[in-house]
Design a binder for this molecule. Structure first.
Ligand SMILES: *Cc1c(COP(=O)(O)O)cnc(C)c1O
Length: 385
């Protein structure tokens, strides 16, 4: 039945989960040049590289203000600090995301309130948000997981009716669109990450907060430097949330390539879809669903198989990198046991945590490597059957 069975004895290849070298090689000279420029200037904190990047990113993302920060985690923390969120406040978010989304809420002494996901997109279920809104709700944080926008219209509508801000966790979704609009420009605040594995990755940590609100932008900029308007005069308590000039310089080289890199990821996602169909695996492997009203940037290409752990072990034994994002939803994390949320009804997040697997999807991946990945998937499924 499966085409793979009739193919010659399978070859072995190494396909890493991520290959940053392949992206770096063609831009190496430019990178070295700007890093040298920063080194020669000996200007490492704030300054023209940060200002230039912020201008360029504000234009790229279609927002009034883009504030460079030290990481995606700090972007979320700073966004909530700027809104004055603290003890006694509730912040609604998805139970299924990278740890930072909920961790930042708890670090400020506020209470994370979890919502289950939509089983098709893995994003926050808006109906779940409506069910947990209370007078203590001070923000809603939808996460654009894997690079596809959450269903923002009903979430923004609920938030607006309650007078509560939406903070978009767009760490995995730079350049993604919802009904034509770029994510990070739709909520009150948008948070981005430049962690090296994100679509726009720095050479270390970095992040960004976006907003169209002038007053909030001023608060973000002040709180980024310890709450000081001028040095050593502190109006409010902030922190050191600055982006390095070296990182900004690297990101300015990469930004003009981002749209092309995203298109390459989308092409590769379509190619995986085609290969899964060619091998007759579509009823055994659930592939990502890119909704028609969204532009998916494929930070991750997520498949779903019942026997996930065995499939993962087989892929790894055949040289194919893969990863689980994420094995434990927030409501089951040990550090959140005090919330008493475990076992209170998040069936979709729990089954996603058991069944999903991320395959390599960077733009430099070639057709031969992708065919090998899908061949090995077929091999794994035939072994399990
Ligand atoms: C990566 C990520 C973050 C945190 O970004 P860092 O730059 O690693 O601190 C937050 N939320 C989500 C959904 C992420 O994927």
């Amino acid at each position: 039945m499966a085409v793979a069975d009739t193919r010659p004895a399978m070859r072995t290849m190494q396909v890493p989960m991520l290959d940053l070298q392949a992206q770096y090689r063609p831009i190496r000279d430019q990178i070295i040049e700007v890093v040298t420029r920063v080194c020669d200037s000996q200007r490492f904190i704030m300054g023209p590289e940060i200002e230039g990047l912020e201008r360029e990113l504000a234009a790229f993302l279609g927002v009034k203000h883009a504030v460079g920060v030290s990481s995606g985690t700090d972007a979320i923390l700073l966004a909530m600090m700027a809104l004055g969120i603290g003890p006694g406040d509730e912040v609604i978010t998805s139970t299924y995301s990278f740890f930072a989304t909920a961790g930042c809420v708890a670090r400020l002494g506020a209470t994370p309130v979890f919502v289950d996901i939509d089983p098709v997109t893995y994003n926050m279920d808006p109906a779940g948000v409506a069910a947990v809104m209370t007078p203590r709700t001070k923000a809603i944080i939808p996460v654009h997981l894997y690079g596809q926008s959450a269903d923002l219209d009903p979430i923004v509508e609920l938030a607006t009716r309650a007078g509560v801000p939406v903070i978009e966790d767009a760490a995995q979704a730079i350049g993604a669109r919802y009904k034509g609009r770029l994510v990070g420009s739709i909520g009150r605040l948008g948070c981005f990450s430049f962690f090296p594995s994100k679509n726009l990755g720095a050479f270390g940590d970095g992040g960004l907060v976006t907003t169209n609100d002038d007053d909030l932008a001023a608060v973000l900029r002040r709180m980024r430097v310890h709450g000081a308007d001028r040095q050593y005069y502190h109006r409010v308590i902030g922190g050191n949330f600055r982006l390095d000039a070296l990182q900004a310089a690297v990101l300015r080289v990469k930004l003009p390539h981002l749209a092309g890199w995203t298109e390459a990821r989308r092409r590769n996602a379509a190619r995986y879809d085609q290969y899964f169909a060619d091998l007759g695996l579509t009823d055994r492997v659930t592939r990502p669903v890119a909704l028609a009203d969204r532009y998916h940037i494929f930070n991750q290409y997520i498949v779903r198989v019942p026997d996930r752990d065995a499939v993962k072990a087989h892929l790894e034994s055949r040289g194919v990198g893969c990863a689980i994002y994420y094995p434990v939803p927030f409501h089951e994390q040990e550090c959140f046991a005090f919330l008493g949320a475990a076992g209170t009804g998040f069936p979709h997040a729990e089954s996603a945590a058991r069944e999903t697997l991320a395959l390599p999807i960077y733009g430099e991946l070639n057709a031969d490597q992708q065919r090998y990945v899908v061949d090995v998937m077929a091999e794994a499924l035939n072994r399990a059957a």
